[in-house]
Design a binder for this molecule. Structure first.
Ligand SMILES: *Cc1c(COP(=O)(O)O)cnc(C)c1O
Length: 388
């Protein structure tokens, strides 16, 4: 029996070490890891540069309270801002915390403006914003909220891709629209550029804030630093998390100057959020991701990967419904349940994960090598052959 609660459906593998794109199981099997902790290990396992940053900072100071200045955090906040739309950042430890703070910032902004009724958050039905009480109700998913009542008020929902549903859901009380530019858990569904542009326009017209949840799509995953850049818009608030810590728990909320006015001393806090150890690692991740040509490299390998996967789709039109994604957030949608297919990939030493709507989600590290992509293609082809 396990002393861990049963809230995860765990695969029966454990790992003793990892290096770059590979994981080594306790039974000595080498796996090509295209999950990377679900888009967390942006620079792969045991990255020497991150190891060095962690080790260096661990010998100086791990943690001090936010009652003091934290220069490593000042530096990271400045770099995130200078490379985006933002002027201010609040650090947290996880994605759900970051999306909750995004909601707090939006509500407090309108409160400060004395628009006391403007506090509702409009989200896509069955999106994913984390597992805290507010975040599950933001997602509007029956599966995630069932049994966790009473319902947290203040959230409305519209249907993905349905303009009428969006228009109908907006009221005078809508404070913010929160969307994932690329819905990760939801099945690697990409909001088209013109839709995000249109959404920005509607928000501007109706004095509504736009929150782009980039917990999964941010920090280079899409081939740009942030996925919203693909559509040329500027959101007001952007929560990030997964990729920014490279495997260390770290979340952040980026915001523009206008909306930050409500976040006065005492309005929000976090014991661990933004401690020197986390900040140093975040800075080390950015050292690599912001390096000249790094993101171009992500785009290049992404184009290659998608092209190869689309070739496989052509060969197996009855098995594969669609290949889609942006950057290295890639989905293969099957016509049937994908569980068995993923198990077969695992038997062939390739680790990938699920997303909604029969999607196989592929999340290599951002510095993945072409030879590793080729290896994954070979394995995927081999598994496809079993379905002929
Ligand atoms: C993973 C994820 C979250 C939640 O992050 P946690 O660190 O698990 O709390 C929120 N939003 C999106 C888009 C995510 O992919």
């Amino acid at each position: 029996m396990s002393y861990l609660a049963n809230n995860y459906n765990r695969r029966k593998i454990s790992f003793k070490s990892g290096k770059g794109s590979f994981l080594y199981s306790s039974k000595g099997i080498k796996y090509l890891d295209f999950i990377q902790g679900i888009a967390v290990n942006s620079l792969g396992h045991s990255n020497p540069y991150l190891n060095k940053a962690l080790s260096y900072q661990s010998k100086k100071v791990w943690h001090v309270s936010n009652a003091f200045e934290i220069p490593e955090g000042e530096k990271l906040a400045k770099r995130l801002s200078k490379n985006s739309f933002a002027q201010h950042v609040i650090f947290q430890n996880s994605g759900a915390e970051a999306t909750e703070v995004a909601i707090k910032v939006a509500r407090k902004y309108f409160y400060t403006k004395k628009k006391f009724d403007k506090n509702r958050i409009l989200c896509i039905k069955n999106s994913f914003h984390g597992r805290t009480l507010a975040a599950i109700h933001a997602s509007g998913s029956k599966k995630m909220t069932e049994g966790f009542g009473p319902k947290i008020p203040g959230f409305d929902h519209f249907i993905f891709g349905n303009h009428e549903s969006l228009k109908k859901s907006i009221t005078k009380k809508t404070a913010a629209v929160m969307v994932e530019p690329i819905m990760g858990e939801g099945g690697v569904k990409v909001i088209p550029k013109w839709c995000l542009k249109g959404l920005r326009k509607i928000c501007d017209e109706k004095n509504i804030l736009l929150i782009c949840d980039e917990v999964q799509s941010g920090v280079g995953r899409s081939g740009k630093l942030f996925a919203f850049e693909h559509s040329g818009i500027r959101p007001d608030i952007v929560p990030i998390a997964k990729g920014i810590g490279g495997g260390f728990p770290l979340g952040a909320v980026l915001m523009n100057k206008k909306v930050s006015i409500g976040m006065t001393p005492g309005s929000h806090g976090s014991t661990f959020g933004g401690n020197p150890l986390a900040m140093s690692i975040g800075n080390a991740v950015l050292d690599k991701v912001l390096k000249k040509n790094f993101l171009k490299g992500v785009q290049k390998i992404s184009n290659y990967f998608l092209r190869e996967l689309k070739k496989i789709k052509k060969e197996y039109p009855e098995l594969i419904k669609e290949v889609r994604g942006v950057g290295l957030l890639i989905g293969i949608q099957l016509y049937e349940d994908q569980t068995k297919f993923i198990q077969n990939l695992e038997k062939n030493r390739l680790l990938v994960t699920k997303a909604a709507e029969n999607v196989i989600r592929i999340l290599p590290p951002l510095n993945v090598k072409k030879s590793e992509v080729d290896l994954s293609i070979k394995i995927i082809k081999k598994v496809c052959k079993q379905y002929k």
